[in-house]
Write a protein that binds this ligand. Structure first.
Ligand code: 5GP
Ligand code: SF4
Ligand code: MG
Length: 458
């Protein structure tokens, strides 16, 4: 998912629409905005793409100098309108809106407790749990009640919380999900990805820190801490696949990190004898450029993408995913025919993409296809908000690399190592930088009982 917030701008709702549009890749199931005019919160949301949802928005009715927005893809909770965020809770004592990127590992347990105490939950999304924890026993929404609520949830989260006259931004103590602060003139902006800042002409100021609660109001910006800062464990998949190449995630540019993944991969696993390097558009092109540069082979456009098809991974069923890959990617026969091809993909999850593409390239006349994957193999589920949650679906959890090579019909296969991935992402200049690689290495930085594992990557 992606979150966006703006404080102190006449066109808050419209800028939220632009910001969300630039983060469309983070979720295509639904989108929404909640605006505050200082007295009242108003929502506009819907299922589908940002453009579809906002096509029907009357921005005159969404007046107010403050807004939070959200693009959604579901990890918990179904694909229904009431789960589209920001969630808005009205009450006489004061309304509350929430936008969440991440996943709460103990949501089910907390929900049971809340219901046991008489709370009635409206949605099946884990986000609502936090709202109830904040509002419990009629507490006012302030730093104290939010900190108290955050200390009960376990998992990965970047939250934007809005009430009539204040906005709060919070990041989990290990900083697994991205969240940055920017400025646009006098206005403050908060977003999952910095590409949203560029989109609206805002400038990056700083990251929200792990365990930090930021309060934004007409008095300015204030920082408090609800948890001790731990070494940051930014999701490695943000760099590998999820984020846009023009974004800086924890101050490291995504395209540049992917290119370094390709360079490291070429050093670790050069292809035997090959003619061209081809990347799977769009997310693997940066890594393919790096691989080509390092190996001295020409980078070629051997696969093209139909840009009118959405992200296949985010399709909820395997059938839709298979059809999606077929509609989305096509080989360039004139380029690959008779060639020994090194095919770079950023990752293999279920194996759908790689299998289809190897087959396509061979049908188009490629002599050999050597698959090189610019991340380690994914063998474990993610509990922190990325949708690949069952082990059964993960091809690498159930098959060796040799078996995968056979299944996808490649001539050889190799993955980037954990060390190679770290070299590509972790930069000297970034303080407290570390990465989560749990889906690849099984080293989970946060456990469900709330214990964090202290591991120092550097
Ligand atoms: P597969 O086809 O093997 O199931 O998935 C791999 C493809 O999905 C890759 O081409 C990659 O670009 C994309 N992908 C990999 N990891 C993720 C992820 O964590 N989230 C999403 N949304 N897509 C991913
Ligand atoms: Fe990201 Fe994988 Fe960690 Fe999930 S388990 S947060 S996808 S690195
Ligand atoms: Mg891909």
């Amino acid at each position: 998912c992606g979150v966006f917030g703006i404080w102190g701008h006449e066109k808050a709702a419209e800028l939220t629409y632009y910001g969300l549009h630039s983060m469309q890749h983070r979720g295509q199931e639904g989108a929404g905005v909640v605006v505050s005019d200082g007295e009242e919160l108003k929502a506009h949301k819907g299922l589908g793409l940002v453009n579809d949802v906002f096509k029907h928005a009357d921005f005159n009715k969404l007046s107010g100098r403050v807004a939070v927005g959200h693009v959604r893809y579901s990890t918990q909770g179904g694909k229904v309108l009431e789960n589209v965020q920001p969630l808005l809770f009205r009450s006489q004592a004061g309304s509350l809106a929430l936008a969440h990127n991440g996943n709460l590992m103990n949501a089910h347990k907390l929900r049971g407790e809340l219901e046991g105490q008489g709370s009635i939950l409206q949605t099946s999304s884990d986000t609502e749990v936090l709202a109830h924890l904040i509002k419990r026993s009629g507490m006012e929404t302030n730093e104290e009640s939010i900190a108290d609520a955050l200390n009960q949830v376990v998992g990965a989260y970047a939250y934007l919380i809005l009430k009539e006259n204040k906005m709060f931004a919070a990041l989990d103590p290990t900083g697994i999900r991205p969240l940055s602060i920017g400025r646009l003139g006098d206005a403050y902006v908060v977003a999952s990805e910095t590409c949203a800042f560029d989109q609206i002409g805002a400038t990056f100021v700083r990251e929200v820190l792990p365990g930090e609660l930021v309060t934004i109001s007409d008095e300015g910006i204030k920082s408090t801490r609800f948890a001790m800062r731990e070494q940051r464990k930014m999701c490695a998949m943000e760099y590998v696949y999820l984020s846009r190449p023009d974004s800086d995630v924890n101050q490291v540019n995504v395209h540049a990190s992917r290119k370094r993944m390709g360079i490291e991969l070429a050093k670790e696993s050069p292809a035997p004898e090959a003619d061209i390097v081809v990347g799977v558009p769009d997310s693997s092109i940066s890594a393919a450029i790096g691989y080509a540069e390092m190996s001295g082979l020409p980078y070629e456009m051997g696969i093209i993408k139909n840009r009118y098809v959405g992200r296949t991974f985010i399709q909820p069923s395997q059938e839709l995913r298979e059809q999606g890959v077929k509609m989305k990617l096509a080989p360039v026969r004139g380029i690959v025919e008779g060639k020994r091809v090194v095919m770079i993909d950023d990752s293999i999850v279920r194996g759908t993409t790689s299998r289809r593409i190897v087959q396509m390239l061979k049908e188009a006349g490629a002599k050999e296809v050597h698959v090189r994957i610019a991340s380690p193999s994914i063998q474990n589920p993610c509990y922190y908000g990325i949708d690949m949650s069952t082990r059964d679906e993960l091809i690498a959890a159930n098959n060796s690399p040799e078996e995968i090579c056979d299944i996808i019909g490649a001539d050889s296969i190799a993955y980037l190592t954990e060390k190679g991935l770290e070299r590509a992402i972790i930069m000297e200049k970034t303080i407290h930088q570390g990465i989560c690689t749990a889906c690849m290495t099984g080293k989970y930085p946060v456990k469900e009982d709330g214990q964090t594992e202290i591991m120092y990557t550097k």
